[in-house]
Design a protein around this ligand. Structure first.
Ligand SMILES: [Zn+2]
Length: 605
């Protein structure tokens, strides 16, 4: 029985570079909401995909001597791989270069034109290639794009406009009256911006990689104008699927709320279509600092998945970060959550229950002695309080662990043992259902061990089942917590002034890779380097006097040799946990780098 319909979309990603953690986080959130609704008996359409047109793509393709289509075909691969590795259960992966999208864009723009919302005029303004958006001089921050802090470019040409200004008052009253922008903060920001007169929107470009403008073939459609229409393409506008699923939920990052509410909202109003609900998540920082290309501290989620189970990464992001707020990524915290909540709480419960249950002769019967409030968890999910919902599930897991400890089933036999086993197996079955949106691989493993099909939300109550369980390998293995450098015992610490020849054997030299370069806040000639030295310690910070010898971009991603068990020092207020090896002569400094490519963390012998 279908309860109702649910359409959720992520923003479509701009494949100008490989996917980052922000892309992953958004997809995981949408995936969890989609999975929860499916669990609740809803008919779900979940879309994600790529926004493949625009000047930036065109320029990057030119650089690589590729056509833009060849370029986006290549760049689409890591995004698809990301979805596969992290079990993103999308129903549609849309790419704006697909024919079906062109058709819908043509349909919508023709409708806008017929409804007299499109006209031709001159436009000029400051254009940010990064966001493919025009800004007024007032919007700029010190002459730069307010989002990217990059120099904008001046454009002037004749083109077509959409009468967005016509919708200003309609938008204001809609935003005030309706549940449209879920975040209060974002809602107020948008209302504030609407205190200024709303301008018409330039919707065409000349000689830019994009879809042909259906009204005038000399032009292409501006990238934002058509990208937003993807939400209609994915549900086959105007056909049956559209009628089933529209309007849906758009899950997006905090930087594109204007586009999704004002631009998209007015376009929909002009077509007399209903408006969706706009949900925003926060940014993910890296150990307190914003991840960005210029800082070089971007975490590659594909690389991350080689180091940790994807369910652990999913769990960490969902459990650690409050929906709508900015969150912090740290491998230490990920390890902590993995060890405490996945290995200890869930993994141990599963393995101790299965160990007992495989020994039993079957036909396990008993009466319910454990309780869970599934409605409460479901309500939290309806309010997008994902981390609290997980906390609710974990409270139940902990209560089941306590039940095992109290009942001591290993000391029991006969009906008493059966009764405890019945409670444990039914709890595990319910747990496998409840955790399935968050850690789907793990949920599958548990239900396979129980030899049953993963149930739905309505199955989350105790009942009589004949179990034929199988023992399975541990769901999660404990991960060693990365130790700080000066606690490393086996080799010991070497102080620079006491170094002797025999100390050479004690020196731990490793191949590292410079992940980020920053100016030392208190010293003109020094850099702060963040160096990845492999799985033992991950990133260590060094202070290095390299500023006169290397530019930041020359250092970024360079492989170097790091003296890692040197006693750490604080240099002008910044910790320096080692040294990089360099050759020096007549004030010239050259870093020592490995001759051939070798893994980060390799030891110099
Ligand atoms: Zn920008």
């Amino acid at each position: 029985m279908v309860k109702s319909n649910f359409f959720i979309s992520t923003a479509i990603d701009y494949p100008s570079a490989k996917p980052h953690c922000g892309h992953l986080y958004e997809k995981i959130l949408a995936d969890v909401l989609a999975r929860w609704k499916r669990l609740d008996g809803f008919k779900v359409h979940f879309s994600t995909g790529l926004d493949e047109h625009g000047l930036k793509i065109q320029r990057l393709a030119e650089k690589e001597k590729k056509t833009p289509k060849e370029f986006v075909d290549k760049m689409s691969k890591p995004f698809l791989e990301l979805c596969k590795i992290y079990n993103i259960s999308y129903d549609d992966f849309i790419r704006t270069t697909q024919k079906r999208h062109e058709k819908v864009v043509k349909n919508i723009l023709t409708k806008l034109y017929k409804n007299k919302f499109i006209y031709k005029a001159y436009y000029e303004g400051q254009y940010c290639v990064e966001c493919e958006t025009f800004y007024t001089t007032k919007d700029l921050v010190e002459g730069k794009c307010p989002v990217h802090k990059k120099q904008t470019e001046f454009f002037k040409e004749e083109g077509y406009f959409f009468k967005m200004s016509y919708f200003q008052n309609k938008l204001i009253s809609y935003i005030k009256k309706k549940h449209f922008i879920v975040s209060d903060k974002k809602r107020n920001e948008i209302l504030n911006r609407l205190n200024e007169p709303l301008k018409d929107l330039s919707i065409t470009r000349k000689n830019v990689w994009g879809l042909q403008f259906p009204i005038d073939s000399k032009y292409n459609v501006a990238v934002w104008t058509e990208a937003l229409i993807n939400y209609l393409t994915t549900i086959d506008y105007p056909k049956k699927k559209f009628k089933t699923f529209w309007p849906g939920y758009h899950l997006i990052g905090p930087d594109i709320v204007w586009h999704h509410t004002i631009i998209w909202g007015s376009m929909l109003m002009a077509c007399k279509l209903k408006l969706p609900l706009v949900l925003t998540h926060g940014y993910i920082n890296l150990e307190g600092e914003k991840m960005s290309k210029s800082l070089g501290n971007i975490i590659d989620p594909l690389e991350l998945s080689k180091k940790y189970q994807t369910d652990s990464i999913r769990y960490f992001l969902l459990r650690e970060i409050q929906f709508g707020k900015d969150g912090d990524f740290s491998e230490n915290k990920l390890t902590e959550k993995h060890n405490n909540e996945l290995v200890n709480d869930l993994g141990n419960l599963v393995s101790r229950t299965l160990t007992l249950a495989v020994k039993s002769k079957g036909n396990i019967r008993g009466k319910q002695e454990l309780k869970i409030n599934v409605n409460k968890i479901d309500n939290l999910m309806q309010e997008f309080k994902i981390n609290e919902a997980i906390a609710g599930v974990w409270a139940f897991i902990k209560s089941v662990n306590k039940y095992v400890n109290d009942k001591k089933p290993w000391e029991l036999e006969g009906k008493k043992l059966d009764n405890v086993l019945y409670n444990l197996l039914e709890s595990l079955r319910i747990i496998s259902i409840l955790v399935s949106p968050f850690i789907p691989e793990t949920a599958e493993k548990i239900s396979k061990a129980l030899n049953i099909k993963l149930g739905k939300l309505k199955d989350c109550k105790f009942r009589k089942i004949n179990y034929k369980v199988k023992q399975i390998p541990h769901l999660f293995e404990k991960i060693d917590v990365p130790k700080p450098i000066n606690k490393e015992k086996n080799i010991g610490i070497i102080t620079m002034d006491k170094i002797k020849f025999s100390d050479w054997q004690k020196m731990d030299l490793r191949v590292g890779k410079i992940k980020a370069v920053k100016d030392h806040p208190n010293a003109e000639k020094l850099y702060l380097l963040l160096i990845d030295i492999g799985p033992i310690e991950q990133n260590i910070q060094l202070v290095a006097g390299l500023k006169q010898h290397y530019k930041k971009e020359e250092l970024l991603n360079k492989k170097v040799i790091v003296f890692r068990n040197l006693e750490s020092a604080v240099i002008r207020g910044e910790e320096s946990a080692g040294m990089v090896l360099a050759a020096v002569k007549d004030n010239k400094v050259v870093l020592i780098t490995p001759d051939k490519d070798i893994d980060i963390g390799a030891r110099i012998q």
